[in-house]
Write a protein that binds this ligand. Structure first.
Ligand SMILES: O=C(O)CCC(=O)C(=O)O
Length: 295
């Protein structure tokens, strides 16, 4: 694999940054996120990993199995601490993202704490395939030093240009893919349709820890986050956390997702997980829902 190009030299030149992002589908910056804020986040995640018996006192992986359901519970524990929200709210961190996007950005609650134990890998995927319509950029933020042994993010440069593809048509990692050695403070920004992978963690007992957070293009319709109040034929009503009721049209083109991630056929909407009381996120255009899923 090749090395990602470092874009720090273009900071302050938004036109060239935009052009590079449009061309390559990613931007890699070294040491741009407030060091103290990233360190505080990392320490809290590691402390929680120790409390939950994933790591021992020397930060070695204990072997506790991180199944999908255990990971989901662990995400809930970390989410209750509001760590990523606090990180992106640190003024210097928010200012970095605003400078890149040209305006303050809105982060959406599609964030993930990536805990990658020895042997773990994240398969090749495009973030927008299952989360379309947000016009979002993913920021992948390493919380520990990540060298070749721990794996880390690798991207298929330019793969976003063809849009989202069926999972079996995605490129597979080869010499043309790009990776880097990462340090806390670095960040990789990815286009929502860029194919990428979390390389295998080949360490015997070291854990890879990173966060991926997602923000919207400031010009895009803001995601709706809130609780469903009513569902009727062709309409979903949502009490938005920003205040007020938002009503979105749904039809066969809307990607309706259940809590397991599976697609809900439109005919099953009234009896599905997307029921009154459920907290959801929706992407939208012109009053029409592009995607709705439970949070
Ligand atoms: O950290 C990883 O293993 C993969 C991260 C990723 O796939 C993402 O940020 O969407």
């Amino acid at each position: 694999m090749g090395e990602m190009r470092v874009a720090n030299g273009l900071l302050g030149d938004r036109v060239r940054l935009r052009a590079l992002f449009a061309d390559e589908g990613y931007l890699f910056f070294r040491g741009v996120l407030d060091a103290a804020a990233v360190r505080a986040t990392a320490e809290q995640v590691v402390r929680t990993l120790v409390e939950q018996r994933f790591l021992d006192a020397s930060s070695a992986w204990t072997g506790r199995a991180l199944t999908a359901s255990v990971d989901s519970e662990f995400q809930d524990v970390l989410n209750s601490q509001q760590l990523w929200e606090r990180l992106v709210g640190v003024p210097a961190v928010a200012a970095f993202f605003a400078a890149i996007a040209g305006a303050p950005v809105g982060f959406i609650p599609l964030a993930r704490y990536r805990i990658m134990p020895p042997g773990g890998v994240t398969q090749v995927h495009q973030d927008a395939l299952l989360n379309p319509g947000f016009a979002m950029t993913t920021a992948w933020i390493p919380l520990v030093a990540i060298g070749p042994e721990l794996g880390g993010l690798a991207v298929a440069r330019g793969s976003h240009r063809g849009g989202c593809l069926p999972a079996d048509s995605l490129p597979t990692p080869d010499d043309s893919w790009l990776r880097a050695d990462y340090q806390p403070g670095d960040v990789v920004l990815m286009h929502e349709a860029l194919a990428h992978i979390g390389l295998p963690n080949r360490s015997p007992d070291g854990v890879r820890v990173s966060i991926d957070v997602r923000f919207q293009d400031p010009a895009a319709p803001a995601a709706v986050v809130g609780r469903i109040t009513a569902v009727d034929a062709g309409l979903v009503h949502i009490a938005s956390e920003d205040g007020g009721i938002v009503t979105l049209g749904v039809d066969a083109s809307t990607l309706l997702r259940s809590s397991t991630g599976a697609r809900i056929p439109l005919d099953d909407l009234l009896t599905s997980d997307l029921a009154p009381g459920r907290r959801i996120i929706a992407s939208r255009r012109d009053g029409h829902a592009i995607m709705i899923k439970p949070l």
